[in-house]
Design a protein around this ligand. Sequence first.
Ligand code: SAH
Ligand code: TYD
Length: 387
Amino acid sequence: MPIANGFLLPTEIPDEKFFDLSVGLCRSCAMVQLTNVLNRDQLFHDSYAFFSSTSEGMKRHFKEMAASLTARYLENSEPLVVEIGSNDGIFLSNFIGTNVRVLGVEPSANVAAVAVSKGVRTVSKFFDEQLASKVVNEDGKADLIVGANVLCHIPYLNSVFAGVRTLLKTQGALVFEDPYVGDIIKKTSYDQIYDEHAFYFSILAVSAVCSRHDLEVFDVEPQTVHGGSMRYHIGIRGARPVSIAVSALMEQERSAGLDRLETFETFRKNVENSRTELLSILQKLKAEGARISGYGATSKSTTVLNYCGIGTNYIEFICDTTPGKQGRLTPGSHIPVVPYGAFAEKYPEYAVLFAWNHSNEILAKEVNFKNAGGRFITYVPAVGILK
Ligand code: SAH
Ligand code: TYD
């Protein structure tokens, strides 16, 4: 596989890097994880391609999250919220003008700069145990630590949890959410598997990590975003009552077999079938002379395109609203990424919905494409052409 967010210029093709992508299940703690991870500086740097605020739906999601966590955890007079992986400030910008003190920790300097320009105090560093001690020295301990779609990106997870333990106030909470392995299995959303996603969390696995750091999960809340995510509320062991939702989810995971290898062997077969079905639709449409584009040059699409062997043989271009991806080629498959206008000016007959996790938002706004006879092709939770 190439680097999932490694959108490149044609001149960079000869130097493009590839690596082996494979996933393993830990038989003792049920963690699902990559067996081979890349160096963090190769993935997160000053030209990081993903800007969180490209989705209106996610802006709303984080606004609601800020309101819900404020009511639950921020009663002190000048509480401190530290966010790990704060990107362009999509979450923390909701606290501007309030009594809440915020600190974003965001190593990718270009996205961190956008947050700073919005007035979100941000340090462009990787969060780990050492950084957490530095924050305690300079800002004191945190009432709330938040991480959205980031803890699963951090292979040195024990250092992160040790840092959380150092940084949290006695009654403080770490609230984090990531794509949920239960949904990945159920929906065969294998495109969540790529270099940046070192972990595919379950509560069984998250609880095992917590137990190594004097922490415990005291609540869980399923989320619909990113194809199905889980929000974990974590505190210092014994500090807060544990909701029955925690043991209920553990029970559910055991009965779904999320701690057993057979479950993942079935998943593998489902993934292979998904590839066969997607290729057969594309081949059929192509044989009929249809024009097919992609919609959303997601990191996830890198896995699908390279795993299925889809390139410009099937897909003319992929439109994406992120300026930094436009004018470049998709990693490995080398499909041109174009601005949204190129899609709207001359609609193709079909568009593969690579940003399927934002399908509500996209289907609602693509009325003209639909009225022009355009159809979306999807592959999650099943391969097909959307009605
Ligand atoms: N929280 C945002 C961004 C998710 S993308 C959202 O949900 O939309 C993951 C982000 O985590 C990237 O911006 C990346 O630069 C950052 N990141 C990666 N490793 C990190 C680390 N060790 N500490 C803090 N942020 C990290
Ligand atoms: P996303 O699915 O959030 O993330 P990932 O890269 O982690 O798989 O990425 C959404 C991508 O789709 C992003 O590059 C912006 C693009 N996009 C559009 O082009 N149009 C849209 O309407 C939306 C919602 C996203």
